[in-house]
Design a binder for this molecule. Structure first.
Ligand SMILES: [Fe+2]
Ligand SMILES: [Fe+2]
Length: 325
């Protein structure tokens, strides 16, 4: 079955019939007391929200069978709402065996081979010279290799794709290594260890299946979040390994401070330069990902839809760009 419509190239006021992956689904009741279906659809190029209005009781029973991770066939109109594209779903049904679909065609994946990315990260960890930091980092990598190969870095935001967390760590490491050359007063050990461990507890914050599709957060993730979870985990691991208190606290501080602002979950701002750098490496990688992702399907000379993660900006795709020549 060939796909005809890709999410990142849809245009408003068009219609489509095609298969998509369900990434989130719920039946809700509107202010008019009528039920509607709220669905997040994905393919290899992106995600789009869909609404099916005026759902009847009988229909709701059928729609209730559709779950996150299912492939569905959709007939819909492409509309625009609040500067964002949305599908007005007219018909939706679960895909069946006869549709002959390949799951991999509908999954967004990081562009590099997961095993190679893992080896890159492992190699960086092996070059940490402090034995305590190296021990913690290697233990985390060895115990979580399998999950790291497919885990997304987020449910919705940057790197919400198969292998996204590893891709995020790998590119932060590449930038971090360069930064250590430019600012030789930085301690590479802390930079590398901080980068590899900063989002370690996303593995226990986000729920994900082996396709990197996430239906939601764990209870611990909802109540604590990956910063506090990370602090707890490092504290436990450091205790088990008998690591000096100051080292354990520094690493916990790096994790705790990497979101920088209290409103993003950090109760402390970074208090040493490697912790400050960690925040910028994290931000830069997330932002660059969002720019690249949003512009991927946009023709030169056009603007994107509003990008929620970039404060609603509509980005411009230049005509003069190396990729267009
Ligand atoms: Fe984070
Ligand atoms: Fe991160």
């Amino acid at each position: 079955m060939h796909k005809e419509y890709f999410i990142n190239t849809l245009t408003p006021e068009s219609s489509l019939t095609d298969f998509f992956l369900v990434k989130g689904i719920s039946i809700r009741t509107g202010s008019n007391r009528k039920m509607f279906l709220d669905v997040i659809l994905g393919d290899a190029t992106g995600e789009i929200n869909g609404k099916k209005w005026d759902v009847t009781e009988d229909e709701a029973i059928v729609l209730d069978q559709i779950k996150e991770g299912d492939l569905v066939r959709i007939k819909a109109d492409v509309t625009e709402w609040n500067g964002l594209l949305q599908l007005k779903v007219l018909r939706i049904r679960k895909a069946v065996k006869e549709d002959k679909l390949e799951m991999a065609d509908y999954i967004k994946t990081a562009p590099e081979d997961p095993a190679a990315m893992f080896d890159y990260v492992l190699n960086s960890a092996e070059h940490i010279s402090d034995p305590d930091l190296q021990g913690l980092t290697l233990r985390f990598l060895r115990e979580n290799r399998e999950k790291l190969l497919y885990y997304p870095a987020a449910m919705r935001n940057h790197h919400a794709e198969m292998g996204g967390l590893l891709y995020h760590i790998k590119r932060m490491l590449m930038t971090g290594e360069k930064m250590c050359e430019i600012y030789p007063f930085l301690d590479r050990d802390w930079v590398v260890c901080g980068v590899i461990l900063h989002d370690m507890e996303k593995l226990n914050e986000i729920i994900s299946n082996e396709w990197g599709i996430s239906p939601g957060y764990t209870l611990e993730g909802q109540l604590l979040g990956h910063l506090v979870q990370g602090v707890k985990r490092v504290d436990r691991m450091a205790g088990e390994a008998g690591i000096p208190e100051e080292k354990a606290l520094m690493l916990e501080h790096m994790i705790l401070a990497h979101h920088y602002e209290p409103e993003y979950g950090s109760p402390r701002k970074p208090l040493f330069p490697e912790a400050e750098l960690l925040h910028y490496l994290d931000m830069m990688d997330a932002k660059m990902y969002d720019f690249e992702d949003a512009l991927a399907g946009t023709p030169p000379g056009d603007f994107t839809q509003r990008v929620r993660t970039l404060d609603g900006r509509m980005l411009y795709k230049p005509t003069f760009n190396k990729d267009n020549e």
